[in-house]
Design a protein around this ligand. Structure first.
Ligand code: NCD
Length: 318
């Protein structure tokens, strides 16, 4: 139903997104049990392959796989041969020889998960590819919004900050608009430029312009690692123009939800008191992330059961 891989939310049909969110809703129940484990993926191998740092996404996928009784293997770059010059495809061939059923991959280059998905028979889940997409994050954000608002249809979501370099923003923009939400964006000109005009968003200039019309305010970390020089104002200047503080939150109203994919920089894009306020759902996002990733692994692997799908395709040696 959802296909072989999870690569991006752009182009994903509305019914597929709804199925994933509904399945995640059911998976949440497992987390509330004393024994937090169910058997559907017993004996299946899920490999996490991270070429970029991660705390929450990697642990969340690993926990999700474990809760479904899969075996997990973490292949992290600092301890692997990629630091010795091995290419992505050679690393992938090594993993292929370990006969995984699914590989969760994060890479600094947009399209890296797509390359693996085309060349190997295992299921590929994109855990973030460059500035392109981070689909499981988009889905967990949508689940968190749907929980509070009841529906995504008609929801007004303001995304503030470094939209240009954010894969989280891109996945949310595609997923949310497919589900009927409106996305408003604001950020400094160097992080929120005209290229975004091709995306289904309403671009505004200031944070005040977007927050007063929003049901949800999603803040983004400045992607220092992806920025060229000279595009970043000082953190203090950024905070005064684009940071969400209590005064702006008050202007947005008492029912507005505050979200952030993490890691947060207190005092820059979000003030400490807003991050810790009752309107912040940042920790709900983390909890929902496990349920969404369980749903994804279950929907991708749970129904195939065919060992031959874990083999390479005829292009494996390309
Ligand atoms: C995000 C990422 O890696 O793209 N983090 C995450 O997965 N929770 C956002 C970020 O790094 O700012």
């Amino acid at each position: 139903m959802i296909g072989k891989d999870l690569l991006q939310l752009r182009g994903m049909p509305r019914e597929t997104i709804a199925t994933i969110l509904d399945t995640a809703d059911q998976m949440r129940e497992v987390g509330r049990r004393r024994v937090k484990k169910v058997p559907p993926l017993r004996g299946r191998l899920v490999v996490t392959l991270f070429f970029e740092n991660s705390t929450r996404t990697k642990t969340s996928f690993e926990l999700a796989a474990k809760r479904l009784s899969a075996d997990t293997l973490s292949f992290s770059v600092s301890t692997s041969s990629t630091t010795k010059g091995e290419t992505l495809m050679d690393t992938a061939r090594t993993i292929f020889a370990m006969q995984p059923d699914a590989v969760v991959v994060r890479h600094g280059c947009a399209g890296a998960p797509h390359l693996l998905a085309r060349n190997f028979g295992w299921h590929v889940l994109n855990a973030g590819d460059g500035i392109h997409e981070h689909p499981s994050q988009g889905l967990l954000d949508m689940l968190t919004i749907r929980d509070r608002l009841g529906s995504l249809d008609g929801a007004r979501v303001a995304i503030v900050g470094d939209v240009q370099h954010s894969r989280v923003a891109r996945s949310n923009i595609w997923g949310l608009t497919t589900m009927g939400a409106r996305v408003l964006v604001a950020g400094p000109g160097t992080m929120c430029r005209a290229e975004l005009a091709g995306l289904p968003v309403e671009m505004r200039h200031t944070i005040d312009d977007v927050v007063r019309d929003a049901d949800v305010i999603m803040l983004l970390r400045i992607q220092h690692e992806r920025l060229g020089r000279g595009v970043l104002p000082s953190p203090r200047e950024y905070a005064s123009f684009y940071g969400l503080d209590l005064a702006r939150l008050k202007a947005a109203g008492p029912n507005v939800m505050v979200m952030h994919p993490g890691p947060i920089n207190r005092g820059v894009e979000i003030s400490a008191d807003v991050a810790d306020s009752a309107q912040s759902v940042i920790l709900d996002q983390v909890t929902n992330g496990i349920a969404v990733r369980m749903a994804l692994l279950y929907l991708l692997l749970g129904s195939d059961g065919a060992p031959e799908t874990a083999g390479g395709t005829s292009h494996a040696a390309d």
